[in-house]
Every structure is written in structure tokens, then in C-alpha cells.
Design a protein around this ligand. Structure first.
Ligand code: HEM
Length: 314
């Protein structure tokens, strides 16, 4: 990524944060969800500007794609690199399916929204958990060193292969346990197409079709019904034999069903990669305790401030 791309991404993130802040203001005062009220809100202008800027970024990506498709080699001599192929494939699928430009812009925004803050916040929580639990951090580091040792014969010393990522079982368990305690998608909504009978405090209650329901993984993940000592960080809860004993809907960091997260595998690999390079090079400590930082329900679960970390080079 060159400097121009980097600046564009930073700018996009800034507009995303503004948009999120405006959305939270609307949710806090639900009448502002109605446009006639919202347009008098002091944040109305900032919101519209943020949306326009994010859309313009997505439109530029779509235009880049179209240009590259017309003339791949002239526009970018590195066309054909893995990055380009990946981007072209995603957009090719949408174009081939007859999706309109406006809809593609929405899809690009959805992918960026869904894809960046969730994994960034989760990795932030993960490092905090590692800092609070040096014993688990050390097990992760040993596993990481081992994975690099094993792939030394075939790969450059610092290259993490895709296969190596799949061998990082303990790191994966620590990430899964982090998402149990800190699910960035702490709540999501569903609309009931059919009525539903639920057991509520021993009574059978019928929830009628047409009801909007809210599912809160934060509560489910901390329920003693599914997890013993739920406040305790214990990666071994995700040993295959332990997971197999639990109700599969007792763990929902990526939601479930047909509208679950389409980026979960990518997200896991992305987080494992970041975790690997950081833990391979640094020992992490913190001056914070869990109770020092309030968590905010800001669309995604968001610490009120960044945790304080100490990084000691190995
Ligand atoms: C730690 C990382 C991630 C977490 C915790 C996460 C969580 C979630 C959750 C809970 C949902 C479902 C929301 C709902 O049911 O209403 C969701 C949907 C989605 N996620 Fe992720 N996500 C992550 C990473 C990613 C990445 C990396 C991408 C893309 C590259 C992505 C793209 C999406 C998209 C497009 C949807 C909407 C799917 C649909 O509505 O059909 N996510 N994610």
C-alpha cells in the first residue's frame, strides 16, 4: 500500500467513525430515526458528509476496477498480482450477477464496515487478554515459534504460510475465548417471519410473527447455563471435545444462520496473522485491569479508551 492509499484508508476510517457516532446519536433518541426529525439534528450535516465521502471512496474503487478491466497492463504494471486477482474476483462476481453500480457501492461499504472494525477491536481485546494472562501468552508464543521452525525448510524465515495458520490451534483458542468475553457484534436483530414458542422462566410463551427480536451474544456468552465461571478467561473451553458438549447456539461471535458473517474465516486468519507477528517479536504487558476501561455498546463493542500496553522486544 503506498502513501496515497494509506491516507485514503485513514480518511475512510475517520468518516466511518463520524457516521457511527451520528448513528449512535440517532439510536439514543429513536425519534431521530425518522427523517423529518433527524434533519433538524446538529449532526445531520456531518452524517451526510461522512456518507458522501465513504460512498465516493467506494465509487473510486469501482471505477479503478472498471479501468483495470479495460486495460489491465497500462493502468497498473503489477496487475495480475495476488491482490489484484482477489479484488477483481469479488467485483467480477457482483458484475456477472447483474448487480447495479449503486448496489455494488453498498456492497463495498458493507464489506469495509463489516470487515475492519470488528477484527481490529477483537485483536485489541486479544492483546489485552494476553497481557493479563502471561501464562497463556507464553503458550501462544511457543506455538508460534514452533510453527516458524517447522516451515523453515520450505519458506523464508519470516513468512507465515497459510498452512502454518491452520496449525496455530492454541492461538485460535485464545482468539475464540476473547470473542466469547468480548464479542464485537455484541447484539444483532432478526425479524420473525414465523411465530416462535419459547420457554421463558418455565412458561411457554408465543412470540408472534412480525416481531423484531434482539439476540445478545454478550449475555449468552456469559451465561452460567453454558459456561462454568463465565467471567474467567479459559482458552481450553474451545478444545474440540469441550465445544462439542455445548449447544451450538451458545457461541455466536459471528452470528448464525444464513445471514451470519461471510468474513469469519478471513477475519480469523487476519487476526491470527497479526497475533503471530506481534507475539513472535514482543512480550505484552499492561497497567490496566478489566474494570479500568468501560465498554460501550457503540454498534460494535468498543472500549471507552485504548488499553495501555507495554511492549518488550524479545
Ligand atoms: C472478528 C472479526 C469479525 C466479527 C466478530 C464479525 C461479526 C459479524 C456478525 C456478528 C455478523 C452478523 C450480524 C447480524 O447477524 O446482523 C457479521 C456479518 C457480516 N460480516 Fe462479519 N465479522 C468479522 C469479520 C468480518 C470480515 C473480515 C468481513 C469481510 C471481509 C466481514 C463481513 C461481514 C458481512 C458482509 C456481513 C453481513 C452478512 C449478511 O448480512 O449476509 N466480517 N459479522
Amino acid at each position: 500500500m503506498d502513501e496515497k492509499d494509506h491516507n485514503e484508508v485513514v480518511e475512510y476510517h475517520h468518516h466511518f467513525q463520524t457516521w457511527k457516532d451520528c448513528l449512535i446519536s440517532r439510536i439514543e433518541k429513536p425519534w431521530c430515526l425518522l427523517d423529518p426529525f433527524w434533519k433538524w439534528h446538529p449532526k445531520f450535516g456531518a452524517h451526510n458528509n461522512a456518507v458522501a465521502q465513504m460512498n465516493s471512496y467506494a465509487i473510486r474503487r469501482l471505477e479503478d476496477y472498471k479501468l483495470k478491466k479495460q486495460n489491465p497492463s497500462e493502468l497498473n504494471p503489477s496487475v495480475g498480482s495476488e491482490d489484484d486477482v482477489r479484488v477483481r474476483c469479488t467485483l467480477d462476481d457482483l458484475v456477472d450477477a447483474g448487480v447495479s453500480d449503486v448496489e455494488i457501492v453498498h456492497e463495498i461499504n458493507t464489506l469495509i464496515f463489516g470487515g475492519h472494525e470488528t477484527s481490529a477491536t477483537t485483536i485489541h481485546f486479544f492483546f489485552f487478554m494476553m497481557a493479563l494472562h502471561p501464562e497463556f501468552q507464553e503458550i501462544c508464543r511457543k506455538e508460534i515459534d514452533q510453527v516458524f521452525e517447522d516451515s523453515l525448510h520450505s519458506q523464508h524465515e519470516d513468512t507465515l504460510t497459510f498452512e502454518a495458520l491452520t496449525n496455530l490451534k492454541y492461538v485460535e483458542r485464545c482468539l475464540l475465548e476473547t470473542m466469547r468475553l468480548y464479542p464485537s457484534g455484541f447484539a444483532f436483530m432478526r425479524y420473525l417471519k414465523k411465530s416462535l414458542n419459547i420457554d421463558y422462566k418455565g412458561k411457554n410463551v408465543k412470540v408472534p410473527a412480525g416481531t423484531d427480536i434482539i439476540i445478545i451474544p454478550w449475555v449468552i456468552h456469559r451465561s452460567t447455563q453454558y459456561y462454568q465461571n463465565p467471567e474467567l478467561f479459559d482458552p481450553d473451553r474451545f478444545l474440540p471435545e469441550q465445544s462439542a458438549k455445548r449447544n451450538s447456539y451458545s457461541y455466536l461471535p459471528f452470528s448464525a444462520g444464513p445471514r451470519n458473517c461471510i468474513g469469519q474465516k478471513f477475519g480469523m486468519n487476519e487476526m491470527k496473522t497479526v497475533a503471530t507477528y506481534v507475539l513472535r517479536n514482543f512480550e505484552i504487558g499492561t497497567t490496566d485491569k478489566v474494570e479500568d476501561v468501560t465498554l460501550l455498546p457503540n454498534i460494535t463493542l468498543t472500549p471507552e479508551r485504548d488499553y495501555n500496553f507495554m511492549f518488550k522486544r524479545r
